[in-house]
Design a protein around this ligand. Structure first.
Ligand code: UDP
Length: 237
């Protein structure tokens, strides 16, 4: 019987994780992710914010001539498709799930109701938040920080593709860059480290919400992060 004493985490999965590097959803990749999450769902309360960069990013579409607000809504709709794909594979892996959307679409998802999300978590269900904040000009990183605060999570877990933590500089640009075991939000912001967006960093800093940034590549990395193992970098206030 689940108790309210369990650790509660907010996991951020980027859209890239769903596409396996290409446009759209790669079912094999999502199945692998879902299995790792389901393995940890027995002992940890898990809420998930999904990105949508494997479909659309509003800023990119607006640079190519679209009105930004509309482009951002397209981005948000992409996150809902990822949420549904993840829900499907999580249920196949034996986890009970609920999807909550910040944009009303009641046939496919509950509306975002934080208190209800908390009840689901207490009952051992994995809660997936789709459609970001429902607001243009936001990113899903920022939404992850906000949702973590609102549902009273213990930690934000930011899963990355192609990088395994927070580095002193962008490791793709600077070969001398080194990975931090631990770094403060202040330091990350002053250095302009962009591995997570700055609004998410500052929201967590102001509210003393710890964050772990880690790479998804490698054996059971997601499961390990959810279970509280010290993978990647701890970012703290
Ligand atoms: N988006 C938005 N408001 C939100 C969350 C997302 O407008 O609250 C849009 C925005 O256009 C963004 C896209 O949805 O580019 C996909 O989200 P994001 O880029 O954060 O996904 P990720 O990079 O994590 O795959």
């Amino acid at each position: 019987m689940p108790t309210t004493q369990r650790r509660r985490v907010l996991l951020k999965l980027s859209g890239e994780a769903f596409g396996g590097g290409s446009l759209g959803v790669n079912p094999d990749v999502v199945q692998g992710i879902a299995r790792q999450i389901a393995d940890a769902a027995e002992s940890v309360e898990i809420a998930i914010v999904v990105g949508g960069g494997n479909f659309f990013r509003g800023a990119e579409l607006s640079q190519r001539g679209m009105e930004r607000g509309r482009a951002d809504y397209m981005g948000m709709l992409g996150t809902v498709m990822n949420a549904l794909a993840l829900q499907d594979f999580l249920e196949q892996a034996g986890a009970e799930t609920r999807v909550q959307s910040a944009i009303q679409m009641t046939q496919v998802a509950e509306p975002y109701i934080p208190r209800r999300a908390e009840r689901h978590l207490e009952k051992g269900r994995v809660v997936i938040f789709g459609a970001g904040a429902g607001l243009p000009y936001f990113s899903t990183d920022t939404v992850a920080a906000q949702r973590a605060l609102e549902i009273d999570a213990d930690q934000v877990l930011v899963a990355k593709n192609g990088v395994d933590g927070v580095y002193s500089a962008d490791p793709k640009v600077d070969p001398e860059a080194t990975r931090f075991e631990e770094v403060t939000y202040q330091d990350a912001l002053v250095r302009g480290l962009k591995v997570v967006d700055s609004t998410a960093f500052s929201l967590c800093m102001d509210n003393r919400m710890p964050m772990r940034v880690f790479g998804m590549d490698g054996e059971r990395q997601l499961t390990r992060a959810i279970l509280g193992e010290p993978v990647g970098t701890l970012v703290r206030a």
